[in-house]
Design a protein around this ligand. Structure first.
Ligand SMILES: [Zn+2]
Length: 288
């Protein structure tokens, strides 16, 4: 009798096991999917003597702040994407540059850093910038042979009559003839077509500012947030720089980017914040 009970118990356990099996099959963990490797390059550093312009509520008035200015190489089996190109490489020859108490430093050019990976500008399939400012498009012309992915509003601003007369135009004007993929309307752009690198519109800092959502194999999802936040504490305080193109759009984009990061459990990299840059593997090691 005892043995029979044991036998029944065993049957019950087996039945339980069998009953549970389909549940496990029905809710598998989401497939990881194709992933990219992220290389963080130092494409400039700033010590800003007066940080007041980084918030329109005066929070940073009279403060001195250090900012990093990275470029990112994103490598996929389907090609390479360069996200932001830093300040002009010519600065390296005269670095450090002091201007009214603020200091700009560039110790190694973008081309020199790419060469450490045996990559030349001609090898790069795709280039994209979070936005048009000089510290992100500084070497744009060097990548005019790549396919340029850009928000239509941002491209229009880059080639406006006023922009053509500016100093910054000299660094990116050749992109006008580049093979171009326009991001229009409310769309995102899936760079490699497999969800591993998606450019998402986040306007406000500039007319067509964008952020980049990446999937890595071992480190989860990462969100490069462009100039959504220049200063670490600007994220939680939702501070908006004085010189942003549109404050209401900036605040709406902050909400959008936070929701995007939460939905994908993505680690947010505030691109100008030294502690975020320093937390990434030191180049030439990638985050993967
Ligand atoms: Zn910037």
């Amino acid at each position: 009798m005892k043995r029979l009970v044991s036998g029944l118990a065993l049957l019950a356990l087996t039945a339980c096991g069998e009953a549970k099996a389909p549940e496990t099959v029905a809710t598998p963990p989401p497939p990881a999917g194709p992933a990219v490797k992220l290389y963080a390059m130092d494409c400039g550093r700033f010590t800003v003597k007066e940080a007041a312009s980084f918030s329109d509520d005066g929070a940073y008035k009279g403060q001195k702040r250090d900012l990093v200015d990275p470029c990112y190489l994103i490598r996929s089996e389907k090609g390479d994407l360069l996200w932001d190109t830093g300040i002009p490489s010519a600065v390296a020859a005269v670095s450090p540059v002091e201007d009214d108490g603020s200091i700009t430093t560039l110790t190694k050019t973008l081309e020199q850093q790419l060469a450490e990976l045996n990559v030349t500008p001609a090898d790069i399939e795709f280039v994209s910038f979070s936005h048009l400012h000089f510290d992100h498009t500084g070497n744009g012309n060097t990548f005019a042979g790549s396919t340029w992915i850009v928000d239509k509003d941002e491209r229009d601003a880059m080639f406006s009559d006023a922009a053509r007369k500016g100093e910054d135009f000299k660094q990116y004007g050749a992109l006008e003839a580049a093979k171009t993929v326009l991001i229009e309307g409310e769309g995102d752009h899936d760079v490699f077509g497999d969800g591993s690198a998606v450019i998402v519109q986040a306007p406000g800092h500039t007319p067509g500012h964008t952020v980049l959502l990446l999937r890595t194999a071992n480190s989860g999802n990462v969100l490069l947030s462009g100039d959504m936040w220049h200063i670490a504490e600007s994220r939680e305080t939702r501070r908006v720089p004085t010189y942003n193109f549109d404050k209401a759009k900036t605040l709406a984009s902050m909400d959008k980017v936070e929701a995007l990061a939460a939905a994908h459990s993505a680690k947010v990299i505030r691109q100008h914040v030294p502690e975020d840059f320093d937390a990434l593997p030191k180049f030439p090691a990638p985050l993967e």
